[in-house]
Design a protein around this ligand. Structure first.
Ligand code: FPP
Length: 240
């Protein structure tokens, strides 16, 4: 069903997506896994544009997890190359769409040329005022919390922060996501019911939407279905 004005009343401010199923998509077609990732990158372009059109403010995509380094080197290399290529080729298009780019994760783990391209793209899109696309790269929720704890300890040791002042709000300011609101809606494709170390802290009150659709097949209509389902949820944040 195409989105109607009624559906568009309650657009999530921040959508986070676990993009899963690239490998299965390729396997179903007798293609190499990397072909699934290539199609997956095309979906990234499509969904980013669709989120911008809907008026979503932040879109966080789980593009490469801290655990993904354990995949065969050939697949890791192909993913890094794909990411670099995507950024190089799609940055002008993102600029035309007024998209701003950010990244979270242990970015220094990425190959040097990938880091450079990422920083070039972030810089050249930094003045844009539309959708903020946040790529989670070499990202792990537990690792982020550990990095946050280290950063907190450092602040206390330097005398910038009193231990007694630490609360959830202060801690949030020591996470990679300190500049962004928590996600309102989490989408996971290809049917798996798990978080896979994604945004563990930030998803505390997020609405979940799991679809069987594989990421390369995920279309604008699927995004609209998710947003429509979100619109029907009653969020209480633990209250009545
Ligand atoms: C999960 O599919 C997907 C990934 C591990 C990486 C996501 C990467 C992309 C969508 C392409 C590149 C990204 C950008 C931002 C250009 P899977 O391989 O785990 O699939 P499977 O569970 O079916 O094997």
């Amino acid at each position: 069903m195409p989105a109607t004005a009624e559906d568009l009343k309650n657009i999530p401010r921040h959508i986070a997506i676990i993009m899963d199923g690239n490998g299965r998509w390729a396997k179903e077609r007798g293609l190499p896994r990397t072909e699934g990732h290539r199609q997956g990158a095309e979906t990234v372009r499509r969904v980013t544009q669709a989120c911008g059109d809907l008026g979503v403010e932040f879109l966080t995509l789980y593009a490469f997890s801290a655990e993904n380094w354990k995949r065969p080197k050939r697949e890791v290399d192909a993913l890094m190359k794909l990411l670099e290529q995507f950024l190089r080729i799609k940055t002008p298009e993102m600029h035309e769409q007024n998209i701003r780019l950010q990244a979270i994760g242990r970015l220094h783990d990425l190959p040097e040329s990938c880091q450079q391209q990422l920083h070039r793209s972030i810089e050249s899109l930094s003045q844009n005022t539309g959708l903020t696309l946040i790529l989670a790269l070499s990202y792990g929720g537990r690792e982020e919390i550990i990095d946050g704890v280290k950063s907190l300890i450092e602040s206390v040791e330097r005398g910038h922060l009193d231990k007694g002042m630490i609360d959830t709000e202060v801690f949030s300011k020591h996470l990679y996501t300190r500049y962004y609101p928590d996600p309102d809606l989490l989408i996971r494709t290809s049917g798996e019911m798990r978080l896979s170390n994604f945004l563990l802290w930030q998803l505390s009150y997020t609405e979940f939407y799991i679809t069987d659709r594989l990421w390369p097949d995920f279309a604008k209509e699927d995004l609209e279905d998710a947003v429509r389902a979100f619109g029907r949820r009653h969020r209480r944040f633990g209250a009545l």
